[in-house]
Design a protein around this ligand. Structure first.
Ligand code: SAH
Length: 342
């Protein structure tokens, strides 16, 4: 059995043709699944009984099993699922005034082991399939109390550019008029800085928002926080980001998680300012979610504001993020919600 959400509309049309069925049924099937939220082939009443039976034999629509959902006072809703092989993933829906953002995972576990992040701590399990990625968005759309999705951010568990093909296929399906029809500009890919992935993405002809987890503007500090820095150091990373901006005409956003005693001093702010000088990009500052076991804490409010104001004075486009969903621990790592206005 195959996951039908792994199929683009063209691939589905080809499959139908190979069954001697009309290819246009793919449009009807897409409409049932993506527009009407149907998860059972039997309910697709404009298809023949024979076709419905064949679909049931060959495909499944749902593979995620919801095991926990938590809703915060600010309406942020965090969902925990098991996959068919019992691996766990999380997805979050974040409603704000005029948008609903779905934060979705791209891998079960993560290889990159950033110091402050919960997801890397138990290691990497596997890549999610395109269908499993899309199903999270579909689930949020269908079941979330918030209703329709307007934005997608690939900021859940895992590194999207380490699962490039499946993520890109999911982006194209999410983008297409027959499914969610969410514009590329409303889709954000967040990366720890996988340079070959950024280069490849810049050549896709898609105006996807690129968010780069920076967390320090000098390699010595950054390598302490993010082991990936040793493989993909800052100089080349920044060159790749500038190239991305040039090719896609989209401003790059840098995420900077502030950790007391590590990257929150005025010297660190000066390094960041130097990196950003003469470059029109955005910086999101996020006070880190405390991790007791590692003794990691956010800086004091005063230090945070000094850091921010130092950058503001130099004309850098910087935002201090509020964390949402704190009462339900949606802030448990990856799922720290810091993109309210993305
Ligand atoms: N691998 C991608 C996508 C995961 S999102 C990437 O690295 O960008 C990773 C983001 O989760 C980080 O940029 C960080 O902003 C957030 N995050 C993870 N742990 C956090 C913590 N303890 N406190 C605050 N933000 C955290």
């Amino acid at each position: 059995m195959k996951h039908i959400l792994d199929f683009s509309i063209i691939e589905l049309a080809k499959t139908l043709e190979s069954w001697q069925e009309k290819s246009y049924h793919s449009k009807q099937i897409f409409s049932w699944i993506y527009k009407k939220g149907v998860t059972d082939f039997s309910a697709m009443s404009d298809l023949s009984a024979t076709l419905r039976d064949r679909l049931k034999e060959e495909f499944f629509i749902s593979s995620l099993n919801l095991i926990k959902s938590q809703r915060s006072l600010d309406e942020t809703e965090k969902l925990l699922f098991t996959l068919k092989d019992k691996n766990l993933i999380e997805a979050v829906s974040i409603p704000t005034e005029n948008r609903v953002t779905g934060c979705i995972s791209t891998q079960a576990g993560c290889k990159f082991a950033c110091l402050f992040c919960a997801s890397g701590q138990s290691g990497f399990k596997r890549n999610l399939t395109c269908g499993e990625i899309i199903e999270q968005a579909l689930y949020l759309k269908n079941k979330s109390t918030a209703g329709a999705l307007t934005h997608i951010v690939f900021m859940g568990t895992g590194e999207p550019l380490d699962n490039y093909d499946n993520v890109l296929k999911a982006v194209r399906i999410i983008n297409s008029p027959e499914s969610f029809q969410i514009a590329a500009r409303r889709i954000t890919i967040s990366t720890c800085g996988i340079i070959p992935g950024i280069k490849k993405l810049s050549a896709e002809g898609l105006q996807i928002e690129l968010s780069v987890s920076l967390h320090a503007a000098d390699d010595q500090t950054r390598a302490k926080i993010m082991p990936v820095d040793k493989r993909y150091p800052l100089k080349e990373l920044i060159t790749a980001c500038k190239e991305y901006e040039k090719k896609t005409n989209r401003q790059v956003t840098f995420e900077y998680v502030l950790i007391e005693g590590l990257n929150s001093s005025l010297q660190s702010a000066a390094n960041l300012a130097k990196m950003m000088k003469g470059w029109d990009c955005k910086v999101n500052l996020i006070p880190c979610n405390p991790i007791k076991e590692l003794n990691l804490e956010p800086p004091e409010k005063k230090e945070t504001l000094l850091f921010k104001n130092y950058l503001v004075k130099l004309g850098i486009n910087v935002t201090l993020r509020k964390s949402r969903g704190q009462d339900i621990e949606a802030a448990c790592g990856q799922l720290r919600l810091r993109y309210e206005n993305k």
